[in-house]
Design a protein around this ligand. Structure first.
Ligand SMILES: *Cc1c(COP(=O)(O)O)cnc(C)c1O
Length: 266
């Protein structure tokens, strides 16, 4: 990760101009989410804002938290390792608790190689990017060793684009049931990245597909557990397509550039 040598992710200093930019970004995204909820007939505050903080340093993330962000998502295990403890300490000084056992959860939303599982588990509240039972079994085994129970989402590749990770939609229901039966995991929901096209119909039909998968699994789990209702999240929508995701039932949008500005590093 070349940018990790170029930028000190543990930096806690942020100047007031940059902090103001980030606060403005948070507030305008919050407004746009509220507007989409109302426009598409969704309940007010039914959509959670997750700030996607890849390439941002601790100072920038703190500016977002002070502006009202209450969920954080990181893409790379190495970035979680570089930031989690310093972020937790900085947040504590503001009366905020971030990370495991905190009020502000920190999720991994990017690819997880099995040799990084042990590093991530003690620092993250959950993993949104589990692409199937194989990775889930490894996470479950290591979580059991550490005495943890981990929230996981099944990532589904709804668009079928070859560059995207996630399991095939046809496999998603079976994979979700298999994951939900693992001892140290809690099936928390489903995650996807929208199709990379401008066509509203295409993008929305991918999001709708994930909603149908979620509805099917959640109905079945309710029956299994004797009526007590299981709420499964739908983590979908990014800076360019979150209004369409909200239209299709998203409960968590993952927003990076619309809060923090364009990324200097990929
Ligand atoms: C970077 C990223 C986001 C946010 O992307 P933006 O377009 O900057 O809002 C959301 N989800 C995942 C998995 C990401 O990697």
């Amino acid at each position: 990760m070349a940018y990790m040598a170029q930028k000190d992710l543990a930096n806690t200093e942020v100047d007031c101009v940059r902090a103001r930019q980030i606060a403005d970004g948070v507030h305008s995204v919050q407004d746009a989410i509220a507007q989409a909820e109302s426009h598409y007939g969704r309940k007010a505050e039914s959509v959670t804002l997750l700030a996607a903080t890849k390439t941002r340093d601790v100072g920038e993330i703190m500016a977002a938290l002070k502006a009202g962000v209450r969920v954080i998502g990181e893409n790379r295990p190495q970035e979680i390792v570089a930031k989690a403890e310093i972020l937790r300490a900085e947040a504590a000084r503001e009366g905020l608790s971030v990370g495991v056992n905190g009020e502000i959860p920190l999720y991994l939303i990017g690819q997880l190689q099995s040799n990084k599982i042990n590093k991530v588990l003690p620092l993250a509240n959950g993993i949104q990017s589990v692409d199937g039972i194989e990775l889930a079994q490894k996470i479950s085994a290591r979580a059991q060793n550490l005495g943890l129970c981990v929230d996981v989402m099944l990532e589904v590749n709804v668009s079928g684009e070859a560059t995207k990770s996630g399991c095939a939609p046809e496999r998603a229901i079976d994979e979700a049931f298999a994951i939900s039966s693992l001892p140290a995991l809690n099936l928390h929901g489903f995650m996807t990245l929208g199709a990379r096209v401008d066509d509203e119909t295409i993008v929305r039909s991918g999001f709708a597909k994930l909603r149908e998968i979620r509805d099917c699994v959640s109905k079945q789990l309710v029956q299994d557990y004797d009526g007590s209702s299981v709420k499964l999240e739908l983590s979908m929508g990014m800076s360019g397509d979150f209004a369409w995701a909200i239209a299709e039932g998203s409960t968590m949008v993952r927003i990076g550039s619309a809060i923090f500005g364009p990324r200097a590093f990929v």
